[in-house]
Design a binder for this molecule. Structure first.
Ligand SMILES: [Zn+2]
Length: 283
């Protein structure tokens, strides 16, 4: 059991963080547990040094067992192994998902006739309930803390397992929830609803030629057309007119790709050479 392994684990790693079992599931004599870890940040981390941190995560005996989940390497303790390979652990996750499915079947039993579409029809209520469970620190049959890391509650894959639906169906179930502003999605991570930022073009670079300025701008978020926007204005003037667009090869998540900038520069120069034969207006 995990509690029998913790002493040796703490002796090697110290008690920062400490672990508390919130819920234990034993499969074939192997303990898997939803645990709370609490500690103090002891590495340089954006000014969070010395501050307490707390979280909940799924662990199993493998994580705390010497030479399975950790070992002493050159005098220092370090974690090893791949937790995903533990079969009892996978079974425990599946059991919890089944348990949630039965809970929802029981809870909504009287609201509609029972048929194959019974649970999917309850998707909005189930999603809201799962969010509440996550907020309350409950285990909802999800391994790791990836969804939390991405600022969310859980993965749509977990919902698919609970509802026993393929992912292709789950995406369809999620769409109306987004339209009703109940949730947002970042990849497959379910998040609190966030109003998308207003569409805005951000200037990336400009070229000046013969009294004209050519301006190349990029979209500021993924819901906007993924292309360059080229405009021109006269030097010293603010009024701009549109020259054209050019599709982006890469989404400019962390700034534009070098190839995209190169291509946009060539395109803007070409567009500029076409218009510089016109004379800038006076005044
Ligand atoms: Zn294990």
């Amino acid at each position: 059991m995990i509690v029998d392994l913790l002493f040796e684990y703490y002796t090697a790693f110290g008690t920062n963080p400490t672990y508390t079992i919130l819920r234990s599931i034993v499969v074939d004599g192997h303990e898997i547990a939803w645990m709370r870890f609490e500690g103090i940040v002891d590495i340089p981390l954006f000014g969070k040094e010395g501050k307490p941190y707390v979280g909940n995560m799924l662990f199993c005996e493998c994580d705390f067992k010497k030479d399975v989940g950790w070992q002493i390497h050159k005098g220092n303790p370090c974690t090893i192994g791949s937790r995903g390979e533990c079969l009892p652990r996978q079974a425990a996750i599946h059991l919890r998902q089944l348990e949630l499915r039965s809970e929802y079947l029981r809870r909504f039993e009287k609201t509609t006739d029972s048929d194959a579409l019974f649970l999917p029809q309850q998707t909005p209520k189930i999603v809201c309930d799962l969010i509440e469970k996550v907020k309350a620190g409950e285990f909802i049959g999800e391994d790791g803390s990836g969804a939390e890391f991405w600022g969310g509650y859980f993965y749509l894959q977990t919902l698919a397992s609970i509802l026993d639906l393929p992912m292709s169906e789950i995406w369809k179930e999620a769409d109306p929830l987004i339209e009703q502003k109940k949730i947002s999605l970042e990849g497959a991570v379910v998040q609190k609803y966030r109003r998308p930022p207003p569409p805005r073009w951000e200037e990336c670079f400009r070229i000046e030629e013969n009294g004209f300025v050519g301006i190349a701008s990029l979209p500021t978020h993924s819901k906007m057309p993924q292309c360059w926007k080229f405009e021109r204005c006269e030097v010293g003037k603010k009024k701009r007119s549109l020259l054209g667009h050019l599709p982006l090869a890469y989404f400019p998540d962390f700034g534009p790709d070098v190839d995209d900038v190169e291509e946009a520069t060539q395109e803007l120069k070409k567009l500029m050479s076409n218009i510089t034969s016109e004379k800038p207006t006076k005044n």
